[in-house]
Design a protein around this ligand. Sequence first.
Ligand code: 5GP
Ligand code: ZN
Length: 108
Amino acid sequence: MCIFCKIIDGEIPNKTVLENDNFLAFEDINPSAPIHVLIIPKVHIQSFNEMTPNIMADMTSFIQEVALTVGAKSDGYRLITNIGENGGQGVSHIHFHLLAGEKLGKLI
Ligand code: 5GP
Ligand code: ZN
């Protein structure tokens, strides 16, 4: 079982930010910003390549709710999903990084 599936199952503890039947948002263990939350579907999907439009639609609403919950919706935030080897994906369970809490350096 992948590490994020173990977090979903409660086998590995996490600091939960928001949860519903289908998605979980929790604090990244090695934060890259004052606010760094990982947002995942509870079903194991390897990466954005395997996402379906239906799950993505529901996840969109959930991510917006997370941004509101952490107080980042009005000030702004960044969403990142790394995909595969060249994209730098370390955990093979799709996740969006939500970074916030300061003015983030420009990547592109
Ligand atoms: P990736 O490099 O795959 O885009 O991001 C994986 C992220 O998962 C990293 O930012 C890393 O810090 C985080 N991470 C890895 N293992 C754990 C864990 O056991 N708990 C938490 N909360 N985050 C983790
Ligand atoms: Zn998984």
